[in-house]
Ligand binder design. Sequence first.
Ligand SMILES: [Mn+2]
Length: 412
Amino acid sequence: MRIIHTSDWHLGDRLLEKSRHEEFRAFLDWLLEQMKEHRAEALLVSGDIFDNRDPGAPALEMFNDFLSKADGTGCRHIILTAGNHDGVPVLEAASPLLQRYHATMVCNLTLGTVADCMLTLCTADGTLAALVCAVPFLRPSEVSRPLTESALAAGENAYTLGVRDVLSAVAEQAKLRKAAHPGLPVLCMAHLTVSGAEKSSGVQDIVVGSIDAVAANAFADVFDYVALGHIHRSYSLDSGRIHYCGSPMPMAMDETAYTHYIHLLDVTGEGIEVQKIPVPVFVCHTRQVCSTQEELQALPDVLRELSLRHNGAPVHLELHYHGSGVENLAAWADEHLPVALVPHFKVSMWREGSRVLDNTEVYGDSMPTPGEVFERKLAAWSDAGEPLSEEEKQSLRELFNSAYQEADSHED
Ligand SMILES: [Mn+2]
């Protein structure tokens, strides 16, 4: 049986202060193609389906659209778990739709409810093919338990101990099923940090610091493949038994430097073979730092080459300039970067001897409001060495507001 493992879609995410609906839609369409091409019979999504508790109508709509289209690909099982970013009410509201499309979502799990996460995958003729233990993000408030002295000595804390308890209980149930079906492949989904995995700024911790990291041995040997989410980079641990597939696209600028993947599993009686499939880059997000005018002049060619390496994908640029000779970096970028190549950019400029001169400004379809521009100018004025008192700022704001309202009413 072929299974696709993916995680951390973060539908509704924004990058460089811009929504990414088209990019997400392109990814979901590509994923549907992969499901067809590789004749995947199951899709596992290990948490962080949405970016936040209120992902917005476009994200919900594209998720529903994906489910309805996945139904026609020959994929018989879709299993999703909640991550730390997901809002359980949003996921639960989708459950009538999930049932209709043969998808299963596990949102919550505690020691008392582990039976809820035991799911089975069957072949087309109804034969049992694999067991999936669909463990969602385990909430500290629900699983933490008082520490014993020996656990403390072993470097555990109330949360990691609680996570171990749940994973042990899941493993016990899996062993019972396996005893009744010898040779049955067992997969375990989870959304957490396993120690040894790299962190990047895209991993937003609910549990402060790294105290949420669980050792790899928390996953008992009964699990043949551990399908993890939470870390945004494809990464394997424990001699290739435990896998992060990573997010399908960068969720922060420091995640743009590496390739993103989905994992394709070939599950047979002999074992599980893992193949990483790179996700195409639909938008090139790039951070460029220039310190001379020559480097700035070379920028259009650099960006053109980057775009060509990714099938002509548009470039979304974060540009920092630390040199001299440019008064207005945004105006420079507007003039020198073709809009077809760079439809969206964000600039910031520093000058020697001064603090931030040009507060970071974003251009594209998320222009700041006139009030925001005025506030930035006020801040820049103070930073440039003309400190204003609160009263002075307040009277300038009032002047601005009355002038703006008057101009605005004339426009109508
Ligand atoms: Mn995530």
